[in-house]
Design a protein around this ligand. Structure first.
Ligand code: SAM
Ligand code: SF4
Length: 500
């Protein structure tokens, strides 16, 4: 593609009217002055105030900005221990002991932007550029399916060659893959494709909706207008508002499963937690639906990026656990994603305070699954990973911690999305359906992909889950025990993809 064509495409990405329609009195929903005031005005909250706030979280109500600012200001480590415990209880209440797995698939690292923290940025000449063909995407998908995954997040740089048509075509190709399962009968496939890609127009987002996009994920990186401007010197991403309202446009395009996030390490972490909360509040206010998930990637060293290595705001492990805890307490209904960027010990720790989704067997080099190389190459991938263990190993570890892995994608396929899932999550009903579907999909995984050791631990866990279900009035009253037993039996006999 010629430099002129690329420039012309870049200049036409942003549709100003698709920003203006969401502004209130010409303003967006992030006011730095108000956020700083809230953080200052809620310093030194007393114990009782904090405990009252925890009670509100435990009743699965979203917290206000003042309440969140108070939690962010807690200094007393004993009180933090109470907060970790409450966060864990909120998670158990809404999502039970389930954890959902996904695999990222990087399709292209071509990019017209110049984000200071990212190895893919246009001016980074050290980066080896590559965009996968549809055949290559299918090959990558086969490798991921071979591990036992059912969900993907596909990731793209922003470039005319990886525009909405390319993204839609890649989603269709991923869904078309069927691969004979490793041990069990039948075939494995990807049942849900989530997308992490640049902000798009409503017309382009409709193209993704038509081919069955799962969740659409865009991270604001930093909610601070001025800092954002500094870190994004050129390309469409330099427009803060185009990005801030990308998920509002997605909603208008029919995509109602949305994921927000901030890149932690660019700015004071407390400020960014407040930004995420205001984002959730604005989505609730304008559409009655909050974010399906929140992500909090910690910036990791990237090829040719100084700031990714020496920013003064890099977040310590201790503060990371705190920020995850406050997000869990502030937005109790939302899913929280912890990724393989983090080391195993920290992953274990934050899963305990409320994360609901994670990845494993992760490769983030372009073509990294099918062209497996030893080690990680900084110039071929966006950043370095902290945890390179296989899906089987991580699932086994979580089972030993009492957590059941769910590959369930039923909610999306029986209309439990958007405002419907929000209601179910807030009333803690979704967690119950998921408990049943987790068992069914876990059984599939154990038979089709698990090692002998994982199968043994997993089967014990299933027994415990079954006992809990039989003892719980909710499942008996809704005649779900018989149904579960029938489906479980059918899966053991080789049927696949049954859900309640
Ligand atoms: N190009 C699209 C965009 O920027 O929205 C999507 C792909 S981009 C590779 C996905 C995310 O990677 C970004 O939103 C950013 O938060 C994250 N990221 C970029 N550089 C990173 C780094 N050095 N460490 C960790 N995450 C990073
Ligand atoms: Fe491109 Fe996204 Fe990386 Fe920015 S974060 S350089 S937009 S791939």
């Amino acid at each position: 593609m010629s430099a002129l064509a690329e420039k012309e495409w870049t200049e036409n990405v942003i549709k100003q009217e698709e920003i203006d329609k969401y502004l209130i009195n010409g303003r967006d929903f992030i006011d730095e002055r108000v956020i700083h005031e809230k953080l200052v005005n809620n310093q030194n909250p007393d114990k009782q105030q904090v405990r009252d706030i925890l009670q509100k979280s435990l009743s699965v109500e979203r917290l206000s900005p003042d309440e969140t600012a108070a939690l962010l200001n807690v200094k007393d480590e004993e009180l933090w221990e109470e907060m970790y415990q409450a966060a864990y209880e909120v998670k158990r209440k809404v999502y039970d002991n389930r954890i959902v797995f996904f695999a990222p698939l990087y399709c292209s690292n071509l990019c017209v932007n110049n984000c200071a923290y990212c190895g893919f940025r246009k001016d980074n000449k050290a980066e080896k550029r590559r965009i996968l063909s549809m055949e290559e995407i299918k090959r990558e998908t086969e490798c991921i399916v071979d591990e036992g995954h059912k969900r993907l997040i596909v990731v793209y740089g922003e470039h005319p060659l990886s525009d909405a048509d390319y993204i839609a075509e890649s989603i269709e190709n991923i869904y078309s893959v069927r691969k004979k399962s490793r041990y069990g009968p039948g075939y494995g496939s990807i049942r849900r494709v989530n997308v992490n890609a640049a902000p798009m127009s409503i017309t382009d987002l409709r193209k993704l909706w038509k081919v069955g996009i799962g969740t659409y994920q865009v991270f604001q990186e930093t909610y601070d207008h001025k800092l954002y401007e500094k870190l994004h010197p050129s390309g469409p991403k330099s427009n803060y508002l185009w990005r801030l309202y990308s998920l509002h446009r997605a909603m208008d395009a029919g995509i109602d499963d949305l994921a927000i996030g901030a890149l932690f390490g660019l700015n004071d972490w407390r400020f960014e937690v407040m930004g995420l909360l205001y984002h959730a509040i604005d989505l609730e206010r304008q559409f009655d639906i909050g974010p399906h998930t929140i992500s909090f990637p910690r910036m990791t060293p990237a090829s040719g990026s100084d700031i990714s290595k020496n920013s003064k705001y890099l977040v310590s492990d201790g503060d990371f656990k705190k920020l995850v805890t406050v997000l869990r307490l502030s937005v109790p209904y939302t899913g929280l994603i912890i990724t393989a960027r983090e080391k195993p010990e920290l992953r274990r720790d934050v899963i305990k305070v409320g994360c609901t989704q994670t990845d494993a067997s992760t490769k983030i080099g372009i073509g990294g699954y099918s062209e497996a190389a030893e080690g990680q190459d900084e110039d071929k991938q966006q950043f370095t990973l902290g945890d390179t263990r296989s899906l089987d190993e991580v699932i086994r570890e979580l089972a030993e911690m009492g957590m059941i892995t769910s590959f369930c994608t039923a909610g999306y396929r029986c209309g439990r999305t958007g405002d419907k899932i929000m209601g179910l999550l807030k009333n803690c009903v979704e967690g119950k359906f998921c408990k049943l579907n987790a068992i069914l999909t876990y059984r599939e995984y154990l038979d089709d992909y698990a090692s002998e050791d994982t199968r043994k631990v997993g089967e014990k866990l299933i027994e415990r889950e079954m006992d809990e279900i039989k003892a719980a009035p909710f499942f008996r009253e809704h005649n779900l025990v018989e149904k579960l037993e029938e489906y479980y039996e059918r899966i053991c006999n080789g049927e696949r993809d049954l859900y309640l």
